[in-house]
Design a protein around this ligand. Structure first.
Ligand code: OGA
Ligand code: MN
Length: 196
């Protein structure tokens, strides 16, 4: 548990909520009450709950680990990912991050910490198709949905990495361009480079 919290603290800079939903209202579409997450946290004053609450939880229904040593076949795949995703010679974060989302799990909007992660994030999606939503940090009207079929690789670079939050939609919200994309248990294998 400690490891999980440490890893989370290092990697995640969750997006700050406002009482306005950040993106096309997920609460409206899922029928969940708005601010449902905040209701799970109490604090000395409402402003603090609003401001700090989102920073203590970014992922729901998951387990995760980091791995440095891989078997030969995995190493081959990872080298292909690395050579395709990162600028040549770019120093990489040693451990690869593995995130296992339960069928009910999801990742809330966040931007990976600039302290620990550089300009590029590359992730392989395994077991399930999923949708990654990017929302411009300072303008929720600007968004992109990415369909991530299982076995696919996504790469977030530069503006997409620094100026847009990313999130993995929960099953009940998983609709791509009008088409339902069932979200099952999903494992992602994520490589990052180091800050410059
Ligand atoms: C993360 C993240 C995306 C994924 O762990 O910071 O955004 O593909 N993961 O699992
Ligand atoms: Mn992330």
């Amino acid at each position: 548990m400690k490891l999980l919290l440490n890893v989370l603290k290092r990697i995640h800079k969750p997006a700050v909520y406002s009482s306005q939903p950040r993106c096309r209202s997920s609460s409206a579409r899922s029928g969940l009450l708005p601010l449902r997450d905040e209701a799970l946290i109490v604090g000395s004053n409402p402003e603090l709950v609003q401001r700090l609450g989102p920073q203590v939880e970014a992922i729901h229904g998951y387990r995760e680990t980091e791995r440095v040593m891989w078997g030969e076949r995995c190493e081959e795949v990872l080298s292909r990912v690395r050579s395709g995703a990162f600028p040549e010679g770019s120093p990489l974060l040693g451990p690869v991050h593995i995130l296992d989302l339960d069928k009910t799990g999801y990742i809330k909007p966040h931007i990976d910490s600039v302290k620990f992660c550089g300009s590029t994030i590359a992730g392989l999606s395994l077991l399930s198709d999923s949708i990654m939503r990017l929302v411009k940090e300072d303008d929720a009207e600007e968004w992109l949905d990415l369909l991530l079929p299982r076995f696919s690789l996504y790469i977030l670079r530069d503006q997409a990495r620094y100026n847009f939050t990313h999130q993995i939609l929960k099953d009940e919200e998983s609709v791509f361009n009008g088409q339902r994309v069932p979200r099952l248990r999903r494992i992602s294998v994520i490589c990052r480079n180091l800050p410059g």
